[in-house]
Write a protein that binds this ligand. Sequence first.
Ligand code: ZN
Length: 415
Amino acid sequence: MLNNYRYTAAERFMRYVQVDTQSDPHSRTQPSTPTQKDLSLILVEELKAIGVADAHLDDFGYVYATIPSNTEKKVPVICFCSHVDTAPDCSGSNVKPILHKAYAGQDIILPDDRTQVLRMEEYPYLQQLKGNDLITASGLTLLGSDDKAGVAEIMDLANYLCTHPDVKHGTIKILFTPDEEVGRGTDKADLQKLGADYAYTLDGGEKGDLEDETFSADGVKVTINGVSAHPGYAKDKMVNALKIAGQILGALPKDRLAPEATEGRRGFIHPVNISGSAEQCEIEFIIRDFETPGLKKKEDFLRTLVEETVRVFPKAGFEFQVTEQYRNMKEVLDVHPNVISFAKEAITRAGLEVKMESIRGGTDGSRLSFMGLPCPNLFTGMQAIHSKLEYISVQDMEKAVETLVHLVQVWEEKS
Ligand SMILES: [Zn+2]
Protein backbone atom coordinates (compact mmCIF):
# COMPACT_ATOMS: atom_id res chain seq x y z
CA MET A 1 0.00 0.00 0.00
CA LEU A 2 1.17 3.49 -0.75
CA ASN A 3 0.87 5.54 2.43
CA ASN A 4 -2.58 7.13 2.70
CA TYR A 5 -2.76 7.57 -1.06
CA ARG A 6 -6.26 7.68 -2.54
CA TYR A 7 -5.81 5.76 -5.79
CA THR A 8 -7.49 7.17 -8.89
CA ALA A 9 -6.93 4.22 -11.24
CA ALA A 10 -10.33 2.53 -10.81
CA GLU A 11 -12.32 5.76 -11.01
CA ARG A 12 -10.45 6.77 -14.18
CA PHE A 13 -10.85 3.28 -15.62
CA MET A 14 -14.64 3.33 -15.12
CA ARG A 15 -14.78 6.56 -17.15
CA TYR A 16 -12.33 5.58 -19.88
CA VAL A 17 -14.11 2.32 -20.71
CA GLN A 18 -17.25 4.27 -21.57
CA VAL A 19 -15.48 5.88 -24.54
CA ASP A 20 -15.75 3.59 -27.57
CA THR A 21 -12.21 3.11 -28.91
CA GLN A 22 -12.59 -0.07 -30.93
CA SER A 23 -9.99 -0.29 -33.70
CA ASP A 24 -10.77 -1.55 -37.20
CA PRO A 25 -8.44 -3.87 -39.16
CA HIS A 26 -10.10 -2.95 -42.48
CA SER A 27 -9.60 0.80 -42.13
CA ARG A 28 -6.72 2.46 -43.96
CA THR A 29 -6.75 5.62 -41.82
CA GLN A 30 -4.41 6.41 -38.94
CA PRO A 31 -5.69 5.91 -36.29
CA SER A 32 -7.96 3.24 -37.77
CA THR A 33 -11.03 4.76 -36.06
CA PRO A 34 -11.39 8.47 -35.22
CA THR A 35 -13.11 7.74 -31.88
CA GLN A 36 -9.80 6.57 -30.41
CA LYS A 37 -8.79 10.22 -30.38
CA ASP A 38 -11.81 11.03 -28.19
CA LEU A 39 -10.21 9.14 -25.33
CA SER A 40 -6.71 10.37 -26.16
CA LEU A 41 -7.91 13.99 -25.94
CA ILE A 42 -9.43 13.30 -22.52
CA LEU A 43 -6.10 11.83 -21.40
CA VAL A 44 -4.19 14.90 -22.62
CA GLU A 45 -6.56 17.22 -20.71
CA GLU A 46 -6.32 15.12 -17.55
CA LEU A 47 -2.52 14.96 -17.77
CA LYS A 48 -2.37 18.74 -18.07
CA ALA A 49 -4.72 19.06 -15.08
CA ILE A 50 -2.41 16.79 -13.08
CA GLY A 51 0.49 19.08 -13.98
CA VAL A 52 2.09 17.22 -16.90
CA ALA A 53 2.46 20.34 -18.99
CA ASP A 54 3.78 19.02 -22.32
CA ALA A 55 1.08 16.35 -22.82
CA HIS A 56 -0.18 16.40 -26.39
CA LEU A 57 -1.89 14.31 -29.07
CA ASP A 58 -0.31 14.03 -32.53
CA ASP A 59 -2.08 13.62 -35.87
CA PHE A 60 -1.62 9.85 -35.86
CA GLY A 61 -3.38 9.43 -32.52
CA TYR A 62 -0.38 9.05 -30.19
CA VAL A 63 -0.22 10.82 -26.82
CA TYR A 64 3.23 11.90 -25.63
CA ALA A 65 3.94 13.37 -22.20
CA THR A 66 6.89 13.97 -19.87
CA ILE A 67 7.15 14.01 -16.10
CA PRO A 68 10.43 15.87 -15.53
CA SER A 69 13.18 14.43 -13.37
CA ASN A 70 13.35 15.67 -9.78
CA THR A 71 16.75 14.21 -8.89
CA GLU A 72 20.34 15.40 -9.23
CA LYS A 73 21.33 11.94 -10.43
CA LYS A 74 21.65 10.98 -14.07
CA VAL A 75 18.90 8.37 -14.45
CA PRO A 76 17.93 6.61 -17.72
CA VAL A 77 14.71 7.94 -19.24
CA ILE A 78 11.93 5.41 -18.65
CA CYS A 79 8.75 5.24 -20.72
CA PHE A 80 5.43 3.67 -19.71
CA CYS A 81 3.23 2.68 -22.61
CA SER A 82 -0.35 1.45 -23.08
CA HIS A 83 -2.80 1.26 -25.96
CA VAL A 84 -6.14 3.09 -25.98
CA ASP A 85 -7.91 0.89 -28.53
CA THR A 86 -10.02 -2.19 -27.77
CA ALA A 87 -10.21 -5.42 -29.76
CA PRO A 88 -12.45 -5.68 -32.86
CA ASP A 89 -13.53 -9.19 -31.67
CA CYS A 90 -16.25 -7.95 -29.34
CA SER A 91 -18.44 -4.81 -29.20
CA GLY A 92 -16.96 -1.85 -27.38
CA SER A 93 -19.79 0.67 -27.70
CA ASN A 94 -22.00 1.70 -24.79
CA VAL A 95 -19.84 -0.14 -22.28
CA LYS A 96 -21.53 -0.01 -18.88
CA PRO A 97 -18.94 -0.79 -16.20
CA ILE A 98 -20.27 -2.31 -12.98
CA LEU A 99 -18.41 -2.21 -9.69
CA HIS A 100 -18.96 -5.31 -7.55
CA LYS A 101 -17.80 -4.39 -4.05
CA ALA A 102 -16.20 -7.02 -1.81
CA TYR A 103 -16.51 -10.04 -4.11
CA ALA A 104 -17.60 -13.01 -2.00
CA GLY A 105 -16.69 -15.80 -4.41
CA GLN A 106 -20.10 -16.31 -6.00
CA ASP A 107 -20.87 -16.60 -9.73
CA ILE A 108 -21.54 -13.17 -11.23
CA ILE A 109 -24.52 -12.92 -13.59
CA LEU A 110 -24.21 -9.95 -15.92
CA PRO A 111 -27.52 -8.01 -15.86
CA ASP A 112 -28.00 -7.05 -19.51
CA ASP A 113 -27.59 -10.63 -20.76
CA ARG A 114 -28.23 -13.15 -18.01
CA THR A 115 -26.66 -15.96 -20.05
CA GLN A 116 -23.31 -14.25 -19.47
CA VAL A 117 -22.11 -15.74 -16.19
CA LEU A 118 -18.65 -15.33 -14.69
CA ARG A 119 -18.02 -18.63 -12.91
CA MET A 120 -15.22 -19.31 -10.47
CA GLU A 121 -14.76 -22.85 -11.82
CA GLU A 122 -14.10 -21.47 -15.32
CA TYR A 123 -11.98 -18.55 -14.16
CA PRO A 124 -9.87 -19.95 -11.30
CA TYR A 125 -8.03 -16.64 -10.79
CA LEU A 126 -11.28 -15.37 -9.19
CA GLN A 127 -10.40 -17.59 -6.22
CA GLN A 128 -7.54 -15.22 -5.42
CA LEU A 129 -9.78 -12.17 -5.68
CA LYS A 130 -12.24 -12.93 -2.86
CA GLY A 131 -12.79 -9.77 -0.86
CA ASN A 132 -11.58 -7.55 -3.72
CA ASP A 133 -13.77 -5.08 -5.59
CA LEU A 134 -14.31 -6.33 -9.15
CA ILE A 135 -15.30 -4.42 -12.26
CA THR A 136 -17.18 -6.15 -15.10
CA ALA A 137 -19.16 -4.99 -18.12
CA SER A 138 -22.94 -5.47 -18.20
CA GLY A 139 -23.16 -8.48 -20.55
CA LEU A 140 -23.47 -6.89 -24.00
CA THR A 141 -19.93 -5.64 -24.58
CA LEU A 142 -16.35 -6.25 -23.63
CA LEU A 143 -15.07 -4.21 -20.70
CA GLY A 144 -11.94 -2.81 -22.29
CA SER A 145 -9.44 -3.50 -19.51
CA ASP A 146 -7.15 -4.44 -22.43
CA ASP A 147 -5.71 -1.92 -22.33
CA LYS A 148 -7.57 0.85 -20.51
CA ALA A 149 -6.43 -0.74 -17.25
CA GLY A 150 -2.86 0.04 -18.29
CA VAL A 151 -3.88 3.55 -19.35
CA ALA A 152 -5.64 4.26 -16.04
CA GLU A 153 -2.69 2.89 -14.03
CA ILE A 154 -0.16 5.07 -15.87
CA MET A 155 -2.45 8.08 -15.34
CA ASP A 156 -2.59 7.25 -11.63
CA LEU A 157 1.22 6.99 -11.55
CA ALA A 158 1.39 10.48 -13.07
CA ASN A 159 -1.08 11.73 -10.47
CA TYR A 160 0.94 10.14 -7.67
CA LEU A 161 4.28 11.52 -8.81
CA CYS A 162 2.89 15.02 -9.34
CA THR A 163 1.35 15.04 -5.85
CA HIS A 164 4.43 13.48 -4.15
CA PRO A 165 7.45 15.55 -5.19
CA ASP A 166 9.46 13.91 -2.37
CA VAL A 167 9.45 10.64 -4.35
CA LYS A 168 12.67 10.78 -6.38
CA HIS A 169 12.72 9.72 -10.02
CA GLY A 170 14.42 10.42 -13.34
CA THR A 171 12.63 11.68 -16.45
CA ILE A 172 9.46 9.66 -17.06
CA LYS A 173 7.87 9.49 -20.50
CA ILE A 174 4.29 8.46 -21.15
CA LEU A 175 3.16 7.02 -24.48
CA PHE A 176 -0.45 6.08 -25.29
CA THR A 177 -0.78 4.36 -28.67
CA PRO A 178 -3.74 3.60 -30.96
CA ASP A 179 -4.41 0.42 -32.98
CA GLU A 180 -2.41 -2.15 -31.02
CA GLU A 181 -5.20 -4.70 -31.49
CA VAL A 182 -4.94 -4.46 -35.28
CA GLY A 183 -1.17 -4.82 -35.24
CA ARG A 184 -0.34 -1.20 -36.07
CA GLY A 185 0.35 0.17 -32.59
CA THR A 186 3.95 1.12 -33.25
CA ASP A 187 3.70 2.04 -36.94
CA LYS A 188 3.81 5.79 -36.35
CA ALA A 189 5.49 5.86 -32.94
CA ASP A 190 8.24 8.48 -33.04
CA LEU A 191 10.96 7.05 -30.80
CA GLN A 192 13.32 9.91 -31.60
CA LYS A 193 10.81 12.36 -30.26
CA LEU A 194 9.96 10.12 -27.29
CA GLY A 195 13.61 10.06 -26.29
CA ALA A 196 13.36 7.16 -23.81
CA ASP A 197 16.15 4.70 -22.97
CA TYR A 198 13.91 1.87 -21.76
CA ALA A 199 10.19 1.24 -21.69
CA TYR A 200 7.53 -0.96 -20.11
CA THR A 201 4.19 -1.75 -21.67
CA LEU A 202 1.34 -2.14 -19.17
CA ASP A 203 -0.60 -4.77 -21.04
CA GLY A 204 -0.29 -7.95 -18.93
CA GLY A 205 -2.68 -9.94 -16.74
CA GLU A 206 -2.42 -11.36 -13.22
CA LYS A 207 -0.76 -9.41 -10.44
CA GLY A 208 2.97 -10.05 -10.31
CA ASP A 209 3.24 -11.06 -13.98
CA LEU A 210 6.30 -9.86 -15.83
CA GLU A 211 6.63 -10.89 -19.48
CA ASP A 212 10.05 -10.75 -21.10
CA GLU A 213 9.51 -13.23 -23.93
CA THR A 214 7.42 -13.39 -27.05
CA PHE A 215 7.43 -15.87 -29.87
CA SER A 216 9.85 -15.46 -32.74
CA ALA A 217 7.76 -15.50 -35.87
CA ASP A 218 8.15 -16.14 -39.60
CA GLY A 219 5.65 -16.49 -42.42
CA VAL A 220 6.10 -19.15 -45.10
CA LYS A 221 4.41 -19.12 -48.49
CA VAL A 222 4.44 -22.42 -50.38
CA THR A 223 3.50 -22.12 -54.05
CA ILE A 224 2.70 -25.40 -55.80
CA ASN A 225 2.91 -25.40 -59.57
CA GLY A 226 0.77 -28.08 -61.19
CA VAL A 227 -0.10 -28.66 -64.82
CA SER A 228 -3.49 -27.59 -66.12
CA ALA A 229 -5.39 -29.24 -68.95
CA HIS A 230 -8.98 -29.39 -70.17
CA PRO A 231 -10.55 -31.78 -67.66
CA GLY A 232 -12.22 -33.72 -70.48
CA TYR A 233 -8.84 -34.50 -72.05
CA ALA A 234 -6.54 -34.41 -69.05
CA LYS A 235 -5.58 -38.07 -68.86
CA ASP A 236 -1.83 -38.39 -68.14
CA LYS A 237 -1.47 -34.64 -68.55
CA MET A 238 -3.06 -32.82 -65.61
CA VAL A 239 -1.29 -32.47 -62.29
CA ASN A 240 -3.69 -30.79 -59.84
CA ALA A 241 -1.90 -28.38 -57.51
CA LEU A 242 -4.93 -28.27 -55.19
CA LYS A 243 -4.69 -32.01 -54.57
CA ILE A 244 -1.00 -31.77 -53.82
CA ALA A 245 -1.78 -28.96 -51.37
CA GLY A 246 -4.37 -31.20 -49.74
CA GLN A 247 -1.78 -33.94 -49.30
CA ILE A 248 0.68 -31.51 -47.75
CA LEU A 249 -1.91 -30.28 -45.24
CA GLY A 250 -2.94 -33.86 -44.52
CA ALA A 251 0.65 -34.85 -43.83
CA LEU A 252 1.21 -32.16 -41.16
CA PRO A 253 1.64 -33.66 -37.68
CA LYS A 254 -1.59 -33.70 -35.70
CA ASP A 255 -0.37 -34.40 -32.18
CA ARG A 256 2.54 -31.95 -32.14
CA LEU A 257 3.83 -28.83 -33.95
CA ALA A 258 0.24 -27.52 -34.26
CA PRO A 259 -1.40 -24.67 -32.28
CA GLU A 260 -4.20 -27.02 -31.24
CA ALA A 261 -1.65 -29.51 -29.86
CA THR A 262 0.88 -27.21 -28.16
CA GLU A 263 1.14 -24.90 -25.17
CA GLY A 264 3.79 -23.49 -22.88
CA ARG A 265 7.12 -23.10 -24.63
CA ARG A 266 6.41 -25.29 -27.65
CA GLY A 267 6.10 -23.68 -31.07
CA PHE A 268 4.17 -24.71 -34.15
CA ILE A 269 3.63 -24.75 -37.92
CA HIS A 270 0.20 -23.37 -38.72
CA PRO A 271 -1.51 -23.11 -42.13
CA VAL A 272 -3.55 -19.89 -42.16
CA ASN A 273 -4.69 -19.53 -45.76
CA ILE A 274 -4.97 -21.50 -48.98
CA SER A 275 -5.95 -20.24 -52.40
CA GLY A 276 -5.50 -21.16 -56.03
CA SER A 277 -6.53 -23.50 -58.82
CA ALA A 278 -5.50 -26.81 -60.36
CA GLU A 279 -2.65 -25.04 -62.12
CA GLN A 280 -1.20 -23.17 -59.17
CA CYS A 281 -1.97 -23.13 -55.48
CA GLU A 282 -0.57 -21.15 -52.57
CA ILE A 283 -0.55 -22.18 -48.93
CA GLU A 284 0.40 -19.59 -46.31
CA PHE A 285 1.82 -20.73 -42.99
CA ILE A 286 2.85 -19.01 -39.81
CA ILE A 287 5.80 -20.52 -37.96
CA ARG A 288 6.28 -19.82 -34.24
CA ASP A 289 9.00 -20.74 -31.73
CA PHE A 290 10.55 -19.07 -28.69
CA GLU A 291 14.03 -19.78 -30.08
CA THR A 292 14.87 -18.21 -33.41
CA PRO A 293 16.98 -21.28 -34.44
CA GLY A 294 13.86 -23.33 -33.66
CA LEU A 295 12.04 -21.46 -36.42
CA LYS A 296 14.66 -22.62 -38.91
CA LYS A 297 14.22 -26.24 -37.78
CA LYS A 298 10.45 -26.05 -38.27
CA GLU A 299 10.91 -24.45 -41.68
CA ASP A 300 13.33 -27.21 -42.70
CA PHE A 301 10.83 -29.80 -41.49
CA LEU A 302 8.06 -28.17 -43.56
CA ARG A 303 10.28 -27.83 -46.62
CA THR A 304 11.18 -31.54 -46.48
CA LEU A 305 7.53 -32.48 -46.11
CA VAL A 306 6.61 -30.37 -49.16
CA GLU A 307 9.54 -31.73 -51.16
CA GLU A 308 8.64 -35.35 -50.43
CA THR A 309 4.99 -34.79 -51.28
CA VAL A 310 5.68 -32.98 -54.56
CA ARG A 311 8.42 -35.44 -55.63
CA VAL A 312 5.74 -38.07 -56.36
CA PHE A 313 4.51 -35.78 -59.18
CA PRO A 314 7.47 -35.34 -61.57
CA LYS A 315 5.75 -32.62 -63.61
CA ALA A 316 4.88 -30.51 -60.56
CA GLY A 317 7.16 -28.07 -58.78
CA PHE A 318 7.09 -25.75 -55.80
CA GLU A 319 8.52 -22.54 -54.35
CA PHE A 320 9.17 -22.02 -50.66
CA GLN A 321 9.37 -18.43 -49.46
CA VAL A 322 10.18 -17.42 -45.87
CA THR A 323 9.40 -13.91 -44.55
CA GLU A 324 10.59 -12.69 -41.16
CA GLN A 325 7.69 -11.37 -39.04
CA TYR A 326 9.02 -10.59 -35.55
CA ARG A 327 11.54 -11.89 -33.01
CA ASN A 328 11.50 -12.89 -29.35
CA MET A 329 12.13 -9.67 -27.42
CA LYS A 330 14.24 -11.63 -24.92
CA GLU A 331 17.06 -11.45 -27.46
CA VAL A 332 17.09 -7.68 -26.82
CA LEU A 333 16.21 -7.71 -23.12
CA ASP A 334 19.04 -10.12 -22.26
CA VAL A 335 21.47 -7.38 -23.34
CA HIS A 336 19.85 -4.94 -20.86
CA PRO A 337 19.40 -7.03 -17.70
CA ASN A 338 18.52 -4.05 -15.46
CA VAL A 339 15.20 -3.57 -17.25
CA ILE A 340 13.99 -6.94 -15.95
CA SER A 341 15.82 -7.04 -12.62
CA PHE A 342 14.54 -3.59 -11.59
CA ALA A 343 11.00 -4.59 -12.53
CA LYS A 344 11.34 -7.72 -10.38
CA GLU A 345 12.58 -5.58 -7.50
CA ALA A 346 9.60 -3.22 -7.85
CA ILE A 347 7.07 -6.09 -7.94
CA THR A 348 8.69 -7.56 -4.82
CA ARG A 349 8.60 -4.19 -3.02
CA ALA A 350 4.87 -4.06 -3.80
CA GLY A 351 4.56 -7.25 -1.76
CA LEU A 352 3.91 -9.51 -4.71
CA GLU A 353 5.51 -12.67 -6.02
CA VAL A 354 7.18 -12.19 -9.41
CA LYS A 355 5.82 -14.52 -12.09
CA MET A 356 7.89 -14.59 -15.27
CA GLU A 357 5.67 -15.31 -18.24
CA SER A 358 6.16 -15.90 -21.96
CA ILE A 359 3.71 -14.49 -24.47
CA ARG A 360 2.57 -16.99 -27.12
CA GLY A 361 2.28 -14.17 -29.63
CA GLY A 362 3.81 -10.77 -30.30
CA THR A 363 3.37 -7.45 -28.51
CA ASP A 364 4.00 -3.81 -29.15
CA GLY A 365 6.80 -4.30 -26.64
CA SER A 366 8.56 -6.81 -28.87
CA ARG A 367 8.34 -4.39 -31.81
CA LEU A 368 9.59 -1.50 -29.69
CA SER A 369 12.43 -3.68 -28.39
CA PHE A 370 13.65 -4.33 -31.92
CA MET A 371 13.14 -0.66 -32.84
CA GLY A 372 15.76 0.11 -30.19
CA LEU A 373 13.61 0.60 -27.09
CA PRO A 374 13.91 -2.47 -24.81
CA CYS A 375 10.39 -3.00 -23.52
CA PRO A 376 9.05 -5.89 -21.39
CA ASN A 377 5.40 -6.14 -20.35
CA LEU A 378 4.01 -5.59 -16.83
CA PHE A 379 0.74 -6.82 -15.30
CA THR A 380 -2.36 -4.63 -15.12
CA GLY A 381 -4.89 -7.06 -13.61
CA MET A 382 -6.90 -7.52 -16.83
CA GLN A 383 -8.69 -10.89 -17.12
CA ALA A 384 -10.81 -12.77 -19.70
CA ILE A 385 -9.93 -10.09 -22.22
CA HIS A 386 -11.65 -9.61 -25.58
CA SER A 387 -14.82 -11.16 -24.16
CA LYS A 388 -18.07 -10.11 -22.52
CA LEU A 389 -16.92 -11.83 -19.32
CA GLU A 390 -13.91 -9.58 -18.96
CA TYR A 391 -13.22 -8.52 -15.38
CA ILE A 392 -10.60 -6.77 -13.31
CA SER A 393 -9.87 -6.34 -9.62
CA VAL A 394 -9.58 -2.79 -8.30
CA GLN A 395 -6.96 -3.97 -5.83
CA ASP A 396 -4.89 -5.53 -8.66
CA MET A 397 -4.98 -2.19 -10.48
CA GLU A 398 -3.76 -0.45 -7.34
CA LYS A 399 -0.95 -3.00 -7.00
CA ALA A 400 0.09 -2.18 -10.56
CA VAL A 401 0.23 1.53 -9.72
CA GLU A 402 2.20 0.78 -6.56
CA THR A 403 4.63 -1.33 -8.60
CA LEU A 404 5.19 1.57 -11.00
CA VAL A 405 5.84 3.98 -8.12
CA HIS A 406 8.45 1.55 -6.78
CA LEU A 407 9.90 0.99 -10.23
CA VAL A 408 10.70 4.66 -10.91
CA GLN A 409 12.37 4.84 -7.48
CA VAL A 410 14.41 1.68 -8.07
CA TRP A 411 15.78 3.22 -11.28
CA GLU A 412 16.67 6.40 -9.39
CA GLU A 413 18.28 4.61 -6.45
CA LYS A 414 20.41 2.31 -8.59
CA SER A 415 21.59 4.95 -11.05
ZN1 ZN B 1 -3.49 -5.20 -25.06
